[in-house]
Design a protein around this ligand. Sequence first.
Ligand SMILES: [Zn+2]
Length: 255
Amino acid sequence: MNFIDTHAHIYFHQYEKDIDSVINNSLENLVNKILMPNINSSSINKLYKISDLYKNICYPMIGLHPCYVDEGYENELKKIKNHLNKKKVIAIGEIGIDLYREKKFFEQQLDAFETQCYWALENKLPVVIHTRNSLKETINIISKPHFKDLNGIFHCFDSSYEDAMKLIDLGFLIGIGGILTFKNSNLRETISKIGIEKLVLETDSPYLSPEPYRGKRNEPANILYIAEMLQKITSIPLAKISQITTKNANELFDL
Ligand SMILES: [Zn+2]
């Protein structure tokens, strides 16, 4: 039995001192693949370094995170796109729209998101999508006819059954993380209705540690707590959860 953490920023400074033990801990806890979404042009080299150090465990994505889209975004996109031909990446990510803190660059976020969705189509890669207070706006874009062949993950999903079904109908998978273990989360009800066939697991390390580690630095090994909560909610055995979510990730990212 194995698991894949489909979303972990373990190239961040929070892991600088103990990355070896973070990887070992992950492997000991049955998480044998860790997929790393990028943030901006300055995080790429750190991310590549980790994927070179831990080949066949850590896999790189490339993209511009919506929270890093500002007046200079076109230049950022140019720099990031330059890397696309240099190294094999498994996805364009993480990309999307975030209207939680800052709405000032909404138009720029829309343009950056669409541009990167085109990169995904051109390079036959999936997308890993980040949305915050922006699910409707994001669905509007990926529903456009020219994106009908786009596929990927809605990472850190935390919305309603109806929203989940919309995304699934558009051909996307649902990324489930630590929020599922939080006591006041409505996500449990949503997941009990949609089942596990279209799910992948993720930690979003270093953020969103599951219970009982909420508030602490997260790491890929904690995937097990999320999988166990899924088992509790759905009564589906852990081995089956492992099998389905691993297959979903392996197929989507061609691992
Ligand atoms: Zn992320």
